[in-house]
Structure formats: C-alpha cells, structure tokens
Ligand binder design. Structure first.
Ligand code: BEZ
Ligand code: MG
Length: 598
C-alpha cells in the first residue's frame, strides 16, 4: 500500500472517530432529560408532559417490580428477531454486530439507525398505551419489535399506575388541610424518575432515617462513581488527587439515601459498620489490597441543611478521617495519614487540629452568600469570593480525641490548611430536574469551594460533577457539564419555549439560567465564550425573540442584557465591539420601556 493510501486511510479512520465522538455528544444532549415547563401548583400534568415523563420512567430498569428498561427490550427484540439494520454507510450489519444488549447503554454506540429506530418505537409504544391501554401497547410492541407481552406488561402496569397518579392532584387540597392543622399523608421525597413512589404529589414529604445513611445501595453505587472519578483524574493529571474537596447537601443525600456520604467514605477507603437495628454506628477500613489504590484525603464542605439533618453522619465522616489517619500504612498509599502527620511535624500542632475535615456554617447559619455577592455584582477580586466561602464555611464539626463534640468551632486556619492540599473538587448531582445552571446554589458551593482552593493553592483545581441518576453513571468536568446543560436547556428551543409558555415567570427562568451560568464564570472560569455569544444571539439579538421577552417581562430581559454586558466587562466573554454596542443600545431601550411602563 502506498504511503498516500495509508495516510488517506488514517485520515478516514480519524474522521470516523471524530464523527462518532460528535455523534456521542449529540446523543448525550438529546438523551438528557429536561423539564419542559414549570410545575403549576395544584395542576395535573398535561398529556404531552405525561408522555415524556412515562418515557423517562420506562427507560430505567426497575428490578424491584421485575420490569426492564423498555429501550433495552425493544433493542433486543429488534436484533433477536433478525431485523437487519443498516449502518450509517448503508451497509447491512449482521445480527451479532448489533445484538449486544449494551447497544443502547453503551456510550460507544456505533449504530445510530438502531438507536433512532428504538427511540421511535418506544415513543410510539407510549403513545399507543396512552390511547389504548396496556393490552393494546403490549400487542403492538410484540408485533412491531417482538417484545414478549410478559416483559412489556410489567413496564406498562407501572406506567398505568403513574399515569393515574399524575391525573389526580391533591396539592391545593392538602395545603388547605395543612393550614387547618389537619393530618397530611406522608410520601417519600425523591426524584420522580428515581422513585415514582413519590406520587401522588401533595403529600407530606418524608426523608430517610438519618441513622441508616448511607444505604447499602448508595454505598454500592458510590463505589463505581468514585472509581470513575479517580480514573478520570488520573487519566488527565497523571495521578490520583492527593486531596479532594467534596460538597455534601442534605436534600441530595435524602434523595439518594446518602450517595454523597458513601462517595466520601469510598474516597477514604472505609465502609460503614451497622448494628442490629441497621444503624450505621462506625466505619472500618477497607484493606489496601482490596482497595487497590491510595486512600484520598477528603475535605467535606457541608451545607447547613445537611448539618441539621445528619448530625450522626457528620460524626461518622469525622470518625472516618481519624480512623484512616491512624492506620499503619505507607504514606504513598494513605494520603490522609501522610498529610496529617506532615502537618503535625511541620507545624507542631495537635492531631485533633490537623485532622479537621468536616466543615459547615456556624450553628444556625446557612449558605455561603457567594450567590448573593455574584448576583448583585458586589465583588471586585476573586479573593473576595474565596475569603467569603471560608468565612461562612469554616466551622468544624466532629469530636476531639477525648470524645468532646466540636459543635461548629470556628477554624478558618484549619480549613485553609486542609484546602491548601486539594487538587480536585467534586459534587454529585442527584436529580434530572435541578442541574448546575438551574439554581445558584451549585456555583455558590462547588464554585465557592473551588475558588477557595484556588486561593490557597494558587492553582485552579480540577472540578468534577457526576450524575447519580443517569442510566450510565458519568463523571464530567464542570466545563463539560456547563456546556451540556447549556445545550440541553438554556439554548434548547424545547426548554425555553416550555418556559415562555409561563409568560413573566418563564422569562425570569431564562434570565436566571444565564445568571447561574455567569456564576460559573465568576467562581470557576468554567464557561466558554461561545455560550455567551449564543445566549446573546438567541435571546437578545434576535428581534422577534427580544420583542417577546420584552413584552412578557422587560425587567428580566433587562437583567439578562446587563448580565451579558457584565460578562464582557469582567473579561469572561470576548464579544465583538458591535455586539457590545448593540447590547448597550438594547439595554437603554429596555430601561426606557420599564420607566415608561412604571
Ligand atoms: C441542601 O439540601 O443541603 C441544600 C439545598 C439547597 C441549597 C443548598 C443546600
Ligand atoms: Mg439537588
């Protein structure tokens, strides 16, 4: 073969690899579950919303009721029955090549046509179910995709129950009964896709027994997430992080029964020990031979809600750090021990001081206030945000060697010292509904701790986020997550048109997404310039869209323009001068409009 031919072939292969990488990204965006409107209190779901939700629920295995994920059943049915599916080149693939069960789950999915076919069949099956009920949908699926009635029935029985529950809405009734001091039935608090048992809504949400956290399931799931997290970091940085800072929230640990807590335990390399009542009362080290990697030092920055809900767990996390620090193990395999003993030697401080790792607000206090500072544009230097995080969050919890509780001792020095070793920060996302640009709390916490680390180390840490609810758990960098959320939500017409149906409030939601995105520039420099360019193009520089936003909610439209100008002014976005000029002009027009209306 000639050199040119080899070169040509290589280019083709590279091109193909690039195409698949792009295709995977498109799939990822397409498959991202997003809310397509706001919930209106007291109002049952509309038909289209109901169909979307049922499809999401049906795309997960439900071992507890013996139901398999519908897309998997369809993919297997299609390939088992010998349906030959053409690949992107129009070649016919043999069954073996495409009959892997993992065709849908596998991120290396190499058969776009199969996926599209499966998606279309699942969509139609749900529509058929909503029109004609369980029997009709099962029969249709058997004929179309050779899914056995027995297997599809268990999925549709679940969907039928959910459909019924979505049609009733006792929220207003429950609220008025609650206001009269009457009894409200309890229901679990979770993500609807994770646990459809949260339906019907309008019940008194109950949490978990904090003493059972983390559950066995949460601990098992966390093992995989931590493995992916450490592998990702090692692949990009050549080694495991010497120390990490984790954000732990209360509600997330309720919904996941403690996956965040379990991830911290896995990083440290310990497992929970339970008593006869299934309460977690202690931890024990996982032997290094079993762990097959070093124990990672972990700084835990804990929300005020977590502190209030999980007092025993706060103690458990502190205990875990102390337990690991005292293991007789080589320094290169136990970063906790190495860091703590190094600090004791260098600074002549006590073990208790060097082992502080669990930090939250002062008792009775909540939040970092970084969100308020960013939203109000009240900061000038990065250091201001970093300092604010430490000031708000430097209260240490746990017990000293004599067993005395610290109960939120102010310890800024200890916190800064612990953060000064951190190389990576991390937070687990627990819900499809709330992502990193939906609320300002993600950037105030994960962005805040990352900024605090940056100040202590003079280097930006690697920042990771994982989805604990996705079918295939994925660890992404923060920048990847911001890009994904922007494409799947903020810039996605399905998302913003869903919001705009809510009029005034919908525009406020769009503006709030842009402001939260800006929060990631402010705290972590994690926003690509094109994101601001596309936001400007989509919402402001498009005359028709600008007119809609202006008519629905000129105040939020003005804030959105102001935020874009601020992003440019602070150097987060390099906009062309004519774009900046136009934005300024539009800002003035919106101001005039608001004053005229006022
Ligand atoms: C929490 O559940 O801990 C939490 C909720 C909202 C904002 C911050 C923390
Ligand atoms: Mg959440």
């Amino acid at each position: 073969m000639s050199k040119e031919a080899v070169q040509h072939q290589l280019t083709d292969a590279e091109r193909e690899a690039h195409m698949f990488a792009l295709y995977e990204q498109v799939l990822e965006i397409e498959g991202r579950l997003i809310p397509t409107g706001l919930h209106v209190f007291g109002r049952p779901s509309e038909q289209a919303e109901c169909a979307d939700l049922l499809r999401m629920v049906a795309s997960f295995d439900r071992p507890e009721i013996g139901a398999r994920a519908l897309p998997d059943l369809v993919a297997e049915g299609l390939t088992d029955c010998g349906l030959r599916i053409k690949d992107s080149e129009g070649r016919t693939q043999n069954e073996d090549a495409i009959s892997e069960q993992s065709a849908i789950r596998n991120p290396q999915l190499k058969n776009p046509q199969l996926k599209e076919r499966v998606d279309a069949i699942v969509r139609e099956a749900i529509a058929c179910f909503l029109r004609g009920g369980i029997d009709e949908a099962c029969a249709w699926l058997e004929t179309t995709a050779r899914v056995s009635v027995e297997q599809s029935r268990s999925v549709f029985v679940l969907l039928e129950k959910i459909r019924e529950q979505l049609q009733v809405n006792g929220e207003l009734d429950s609220l008025s009964r609650a206001l009269c001091g009457e009894y409200i039935e309890p229901g679990p608090g979770a993500d609807i896709v994770q646990n459809p048992g949260i339906l019907p809504t309008g019940r008194n949400t109950h949490a978990v027994n904090p003493y059972t956290v983390p559950s066995d399931l949460a601990f098992a799931r966390a093992e995989r997430v931590v493995k992916l997290l450490l592998e990702r970091h090692a692949a990009e940085h050549g080694r495991y992080p010497q120390a990490m800072a984790l954000v732990l929230w209360g509600l997330d640990n309720i919904k996941t029964q403690g996956e965040g807590v379990a991830q911290a335990l896995w990083l440290l390399g310990v497992r929970p020990v339970r008593d006869a009542m299934n309460r977690v009362i202690d931890v024990e080290p996982i032997p290094l031979e079993q762990l097959r990697r070093p124990r990672i030092d972990v700084v835990m920055t804990v929300s005020g809600i977590f502190r209030d809900l999980f007092a025993a767990t706060m103690g458990l996390l502190d205990k875990a750090v102390r337990c690991v620090a005292q293991l007789d193990e080589p320094a290169e395999l136990n970063f906790v021990r190495r860091n703590i003993s190094g600090q004791i030697d260098a600074e002549n401080c006590s073990f208790d001081e060097a082992a502080l790792r669990v930090f939250s607000n002062a008792p009775g206090n909540y939040g970092t206030n970084i969100n308020f500072m960013v939203m109000d544009s009240q900061w000038d230097k990065d250091d201001t945000l970093a300092e604010l995080f430490v000031t708000r969050k430097c209260f240490a919890y746990g017990r000293d060697r004599e067993g005395r509780a610290l109960e939120g001792r102010e310890a800024p020095g200890a916190m800064k010292r612990a953060l000064s070793r951190v190389e990576a920060t991390y937070q687990n996302l627990d819900s499809f509904e709330i992502g990193v640009t939906d609320v300002d709390h993600y950037f105030e916490y994960l962005g805040g701790v990352s900024k605090a680390v940056e100040k202590q180390t003079q280097a930006r840490p690697a920042i990771y986020v994982s989805d604990s609810l996705a079918r295939e758990t994925k660890v992404r960098t923060l920048s990847e997550t911001v890009r994904l959320e922007t494409r799947a939500k903020t810039l996605n017409p399905k998302w913003y048109e869903g919001m705009l149906k809510h009029g005034f409030r919908g525009v406020a939601e769009i503006e709030s997404h842009v402001a939260n995105t800006f929060g990631w520039s402010a705290t972590a420099d994690a926003v690509d310039g094109w994101i601001y360019t596309e936001v400007a193009n989509t919402f402001i520089l498009d005359e028709g869209m600008l007119a809609r936003l202006r008519d629905l909610n000129p105040h939020s439209a003005r804030s959105l323009v102001a935020r874009l100008l601020e992003a440019e002014g602070r150097g987060f976005w390099e906009a062309e001068q004519e774009v900046v000029d136009r934005l300024r002009e539009i800002f003035s027009l919106l101001e005039d409009r608001i004053e005229g209306v006022a």
